[in-house]
Design a protein around this ligand. Structure first.
Ligand code: HEC
Length: 457
């Protein structure tokens, strides 16, 4: 008897506490149609739908009901929706987070057996347009054939070239990466190669892709891929014009910021396309959507990397002995006033915690980002709602903690072995510690410019 009361009491009391602030106090169990569907459609369906990264859809009552308990567990532990940044430290655009009230509601719904309620009250299933908010692209760059990924449970790193020839030099407002196989593509970093048209006959000449092993010597890779001029000289390269990591959704800055000059002959040079380990053979046919512009590019976005391969050394050097949890720091003094747009903290499997901030000469702190519980799978580009000014003379600081004990479930080695940085090797079993910052030279009023341009989804 006592037992029954307890079970019965829990879901209703939860709904009641929350109701005091939101609704009138209703003594009913939360139902899919009115309470849960709006939360799921807003926070989950974007990934949980066919063709996206998540393993199953969350678009209908049946999708959700049969997994109600797992869903409740994942949202209660805040594993889903994935959002590693600490919202009590700083906020970013498109923050995907549930409130405690929403979590309690889902838990109560699952505990009550996941009732549907009145199905006529369910909001319409969300519709995701085939293109992003920018509409139909002006140019699509894609290889003629999909890329074959061997199902050998190993990481695959592939250098790729997506060449193009245009009738004239062209202004471009946005480049969007569309992964072909979202379960396979782990990350992608794309640079713009601008050939001098007089020194390059055919932008298309050379291999379209080379797998790791085939491209150990950079100069040879570039030659094989045909991204050198015909006389062997290097063309102009604009780094990191387009990047992708799981969970990254396309975001275009407002028109006055960013944009590119596309040459008549050029290529997007992808170094690397990183495919995660797959147990079975599969294919990827990723592509780029290019959007032209009638107006010249806005203020060029700069990129600065602290740590591995970057402008600042890691102290002490990044070596994590087996069985230890170790903290590292990297610092860089800002040489001019800058406006920070987007942050991308980067570590691999032994990453545990990441904190980035700027320290003023008087000891004041400008908070940038805190990731209390690092998750290798979710490495977003975090864009501030408005630019954050860092004055000249401030020190940018990144603190990274790494867990190389056997208690870390992501540790690639059992028993743990020494893990270190290896010349910026991107292999997941080597470590990296990077704080990648997109910024502009500061202009008066930057703090007031909303970066909420057009987001993809
Ligand atoms: C940014 C994309 C994304 C969003 C948003 C997202 N998920 Fe997921 N979800 C994933 C991926 C990818 C997986 C596969 C497992 C993994 O990599 O963690 C997953 C796995 C899951 C699982 C299975 C976990 C397991 O171990 O069986 C559940 C349950 C789940 N998600 C529920 C949700 C719910 C509920 C929401 C919204 C509140 C949500 N997800 C939002 C991408 C997402």
């Amino acid at each position: 008897m006592h037992h029954r009361i307890k079970i019965f009491f829990l879901p209703i009391s939860l709904l009641c506490t929350l109701s005091i602030s939101l609704w009138s106090c209703e003594t009913r169990t939360p139902v899919w149609s009115e309470d849960i569907a709006p939360i799921v459609f807003k926070n989950c369906s974007v990934c949980h739908r066919p063709g996206e990264a998540a393993p199953f859809p969350l678009l209908t009552y049946r999708d959700a009901a049969k997994r109600a308990r797992t869903i409740a567990r994942m949202v209660s532990s805040r594993s889903m929706p994935p959002w590693p940044a600490d919202p009590s430290y700083t906020h970013f655009l498109n923050e995907r987070l549930l409130t405690q009230e929403e979590i309690d509601l889902i838990a109560a719904w699952a505990a009550a057996g996941a009732p549907e309620g009145d199905s006529t009250q369910t909001p319409p299933t969300p519709v995701f347009p085939p293109y992003t908010a920018l509409g139909k692209p002006d140019l699509i760059l894609q290889h003629p054939e999909p890329f074959f990924i061997q199902g050998d449970n190993r990481d695959h790193f592939v250098a790729m070239k997506f060449p193009f020839e245009l009738p004239q030099n062209t202004w471009v407002r946005a480049i969007e990466f569309i992964p072909g196989n979202r379960q396979a593509v782990h990350h992608m970093n794309g640079h713009l190669i601008s050939f001098d048209a007089n020194r390059k006959q055919a932008a298309h000449e050379g291999f379209l892709h080379l797998e790791e092993g085939e491209f150990s010597v950079p100069a040879l890779t570039h030659k094989k891929l045909g991204i050198l001029h015909d006389d062997g000289s290097y063309p102009n390269m604009t780094p990191s014009v387009v990047n992708y990591l799981p969970g990254v959704f396309f975001l275009k800055y407002p028109d006055e910021i960013g944009g590119y000059h596309f040459p008549q002959k050029g290529a997007l040079y992808v170094k690397n396309m990183h495919y995660g380990p797959s147990p079975k053979d599969t294919f990827d046919h990723s592509k780029f959507h290019i959007y032209f512009s009638k107006t010249p590019p806005g203020r060029p976005v700069q990129e600065m990397i602290l740590g591995t391969l970057g402008v600042s050394p890691i102290e002490p050097p990044l070596v994590i002995p087996p069985g230890t949890i170790k903290k590292f720091i990297t610092k860089f003094i800002v040489k001019e006033d800058i406006s920070v747009l987007t942050l991308n903290p980067h570590m691999h499997l032994t990453g545990k915690r990441f904190k980035g901030y700027a320290l003023g000469p008087e000891g004041d702190t400008i908070r940038l980002i805190h990731i209390p519980d690092w998750d290798f799978r979710w490495q977003y580009f975090y864009t501030f709602p408005k630019m954050v000014k860092i004055p000249k003379g401030y020190t940018l600081v990144a603190e990274g903690e790494f867990d190389n004990t056997s208690k870390n479930p992501n540790n690639p080695f059992d028993p743990p072995r020494e893990i270190r940085e290896q010349n910026g090797s991107m292999r997941t079993t080597d470590e990296m510690f990077q704080f990648i910052i997109s910024w502009l030279p500061y202009q008066k009023g930057d703090e007031e410019i909303s970066l909420e341009g057009k987001s993809g989804k």
